[in-house]
Design a binder for this molecule. Structure first.
Ligand SMILES: Nc1ncnc2c1ncn2[C@@H]1O[C@H](COP(=O)(O)OP(=O)(O)OP(=O)(O)O)[C@@H](O)[C@H]1O
Length: 233
């Protein structure tokens, strides 16, 4: 049962307050992480994953900052952008390297290739993959450590309708095992079909944290616009 928490989380880039005093807690299930362009979503996710340091406050997973996790890949898997592949490496080789670097059993590679539907493409070079296939490969890497938490930045980007339905099933199955998913998205129709809860930020500040129904009495889009419009900078 993994919990993700932001406490007083703040990030300043020069004079830009990207994230301001965010407090939220995410528990098992699927939580959509929503906000307009520039709201601070990616910055928040990068702080959770120890990729950038907060100016103030903390971002923790199971009570620990990412840097304090002894086996981070077993705790949290993440896909922030589907571009971090060596184009000349095959999908399988890419995952083998990640497994070795993360101290994970190589047997996981075939399991995750199967889980994301890339078994038949395992020997193909990632440089020739479509955007949707790169998303699947990124997801495979995130799943390698069999983590309790998945953090995904716009994972539906590039997926065709069948791919979106497949991703929804995968995330539901993952959450159904009592695990925690945080998924950022701009596609509210997809969010409505997938998420249990939402964290909404705008202008770097928290606007909502709670069940999806709680922000969408008159439709998710209307709720989202109401929560975020006064904060547009
Ligand atoms: N490395 C950086 N240096 C300076 N400013 C940054 C940096 N990274 C992000 N910002 C600024 O911080 C703010 C939040 O950006 P962020 O990428 O976190 O938003 P986002 O919600 O993920 O947006 P989008 O939906 O467009 O991806 C923006 O004003 C952005 O320009």
């Amino acid at each position: 049962m993994s919990t993700v928490r932001a406490a007083g989380l703040t990030k300043r880039f020069g004079t830009v307050d990207a994230v301001r005093e965010l407090d939220f807690k995410v528990t098992p299930g699927i939580t959509a992480f929503l906000g307009p362009n520039g709201a601070g979503k990616t910055t928040t996710l990068r702080m959770l994953l120890g990729l950038i340091r907060p100016t103030f406050g903390t971002a923790t997973i199971d009570g620990k900052r990412y840097a304090e996790l002894r086996h981070p890949r077993r705790v949290v898997g993440a896909v922030l952008e589907a571009t971090g592949f060596h184009p000349g490496r095959t999908a399988r080789r890419h995952l083998e390297i990640l497994a070795v670097a993360g101290g994970l059993p190589l047997a996981r590679v075939d399991q995750v290739l199967d889980q994301v539907g890339l078994t038949d493409a395992a020997r193909r070079r990632a440089g020739g993959f479509s955007l949707g296939m790169r998303q699947r490969l990124g997801l495979a890497g995130a799943l390698l450590g069999d983590p309790g938490v998945l953090i995904l930045d716009e994972p539906a980007n590039g997926l065709d309708p069948a791919g979106m339905a497949w991703l929804r099933g995968l995330l539901r199955g993952f959450a159904g095992q009592g695990r925690t998913v945080i998924v950022s998205s701009h596609v509210l129709a997809e969010v409505a079909q997938t998420a249990d809860r939402a964290v909404v930020i705008s202008g770097g500040r928290l606007r909502y944290c709670g069940p999806l129904e709680g922000m969408s009495e008159d439709g998710l889009e209307a709720g989202f616009l109401r929560l975020t419009e006064e904060a547009q900078r």
